[in-house]
Design a protein around this ligand. Structure first.
Ligand SMILES: Cc1ncc(COP(=O)(O)O)c(C=O)c1O
Length: 281
């Protein structure tokens, strides 16, 4: 999200100041009741006033429990909330001070997830990230480096994914100077096909992106068929093109509801997976 500079020359008070009945009630007696919106105030304010100000602003947001429209419901067990609050004051940048979180629990989680996604016979590694976008960037960057090291192609690297992939895929292409080849989605099936992917593959393809539960429709790309196509490429041309599975919306559901559906490390070409908040390769 990008915010632009606001013109403070405009005379309206609502543009310049936080307005609301809470201001006067919560500010110390004698202080100004106007709290500037876009500048540091001359005077400080009590924690109570600051709390009330932000609390009131946030009250206009939607209710996550009722959010069935854009993203998934985010209810948590109270114990999960308790754990978050117990640890919220730890600055994880200081990893040596907090080895339980940064090493022990992290190691447990990466291993558990690697095995959940059938990485039993492979050497897997993974990391916690701030969200799926970061996980996707890290996975795809690894594929860009592997392509570079392989010496497979000398042109501009490209990446193939469906036009309905999450915007983080476009961001990756822009940030890391890779051509995004976006396959149009058929209105009927709402997924990409192996046949469409095959038309775009070349020696500069660093990776094919498949989505397991797209952001907009929840559809699943034909990962096994695309895996078979890439295996054929490997056999015929010796191109080791990997698949990254964006499982941000389905990765914690499908292993339990559809354990026989092959979409994970059981497939040879699936080399990296991101799931909510975590990436494992
Ligand atoms: C399929 C898919 N990929 C990636 C993302 C990006 O996740 P985040 O917002 O955690 O970066 C989302 C977010 O909804 C998503 O649905």
């Amino acid at each position: 999200m990008i915010s632009k500079k606001v013109n403070l020359e405009q005379p309206t008070q609502s543009i310049q100041c936080q307005v609301g009945a809470f201001n006067a009630r919560n500010l110390p007696k004698g202080s100004k009741t106007e709290i500037p919106k876009y500048e540091f105030p001359e005077e400080g304010m009590s924690p109570r006033a600051a709390y009330q100000l932000v609390h009131n602003q946030l009250s206009l947001d939607g209710n996550p429990l009722l959010n069935l429209a854009s993203f998934v419901n985010t209810w948590m067990e109270p114990e999960a909330e308790k754990l978050i609050m117990e640890n919220i004051n730890k600055n994880i940048i200081d990893v040596f001070e907090y080895p339980q979180i940064s090493r022990v629990i992290h190691q447990n989680i990466v291993n558990t997830l690697g095995r959940l996604f059938n990485g039993h016979n492979t050497e897997f590694m993974g990391t916690a990230t701030a969200g799926s976008s970061e996980a996707i960037m890290l996975g795809l960057l690894a594929h860009k480096w592997n392509w570079k090291i392989s010496g497979r192609g000398t042109g501009k690297p490209n990446i193939i994914f469906g036009a309905d992939a999450h915007v983080s895929w476009d961001k990756f292409a822009r940030y890391f100077d890779v051509d995004a080849i976006k396959i149009p989605i058929s209105k009927k099936t709402r997924i990409i096909t192996a046949e469409a992917v095959s038309k775009h593959i070349d020696e500069n393809t660093i990776c094919v992106g498949c989505v397991l539960g797209t952001t907009y429709t929840g559809e699943i790309d034909p990962i096994k068929e695309i895996n078979d196509l890439l295996l054929e490429c490997k056999r015929e041309k010796n191109w080791n093109i990997p698949i990254h599975v964006d499982a941000a919306s389905g990765g914690f559901i499908l292993p339990f509801t559809e354990p026989d559906l092959e979409w994970d490390f059981r497939l040879d070409r699936v080399r990296s997976i991101n799931i909510p908040g975590t990436s494992t390769d």
